[in-house]
Design a protein around this ligand. Structure first.
Ligand SMILES: [Mg+2]
Length: 170
């Protein structure tokens, strides 16, 4: 079952205080279409403001399937660590950060816009997951197959009354 633990429109709608209450100390974000559009080479200012605020309470990291060169400006602008070419839904990136930062699974949350990659990697690793809507319809080429899979999955869940696109919850 790939139903995310929480579902919000954007990263700005997530109740981070609630996450803190639940014992979360490490926020792991996807990059493309979660933090920024796929063609935004520089980190958007409002993302910078949010992450700066969150860094006071959480360890903040990015795990992306994209290349190091894509992540570099975000790492620098946000002053955070990232894992590139993570091959989500594999858990490689998550395994890397849990070891590096001596985290517990119960402290970590994976936040992303794709069920077949972000949410699946979090579920496989048995950590909390939060789905957000993709910032734009435009995806990386490699993502279109995942989107096809995702649409079928969501349809199935909607039929069973397990999940409804656009019905946000926490
Ligand atoms: Mg994404």
């Amino acid at each position: 079952m790939l139903i995310p633990d929480m579902y919000k429109k954007t990263i700005f709608d997530i109740n981070y205080d609630l996450l803190k209450e639940k014992g979360i100390t490490c926020l792991i974000f996807d990059l493309d279409n979660t933090l920024a559009l796929i063609d935004e080479k520089e980190c958007p200012q409002k993302v910078k403001v949010l992450i700066e605020k969150l860094k006071k309470d959480f360890k903040v990291l990015i795990i992306s399937n994209n290349y190091k060169s894509r992540l570099k400006p975000y790492e620098e602008a946000l002053g955070i660590d990232s894992v590139s070419f993570a091959l989500k839904p594999l858990t490689k990136g998550l395994r890397q950060v849990i070891k590096k930062y001596h985290l517990k699974k119960s402290e970590m949350v994976m936040i992303g816009d794709q069920i077949p990659t972000d949410i699946l990697s979090g579920k496989r690793f048995k950590i909390m997951t939060i789905l957000v809507e993709p910032l734009a319809v435009k995806d990386l080429k490699i993502t279109s197959f995942n989107r096809f899979i995702e649409r079928r999955l969501i349809k199935k869940y909607e039929k069973k009354g397990l999940f409804q696109k656009g019905d946000y919850y926490e």
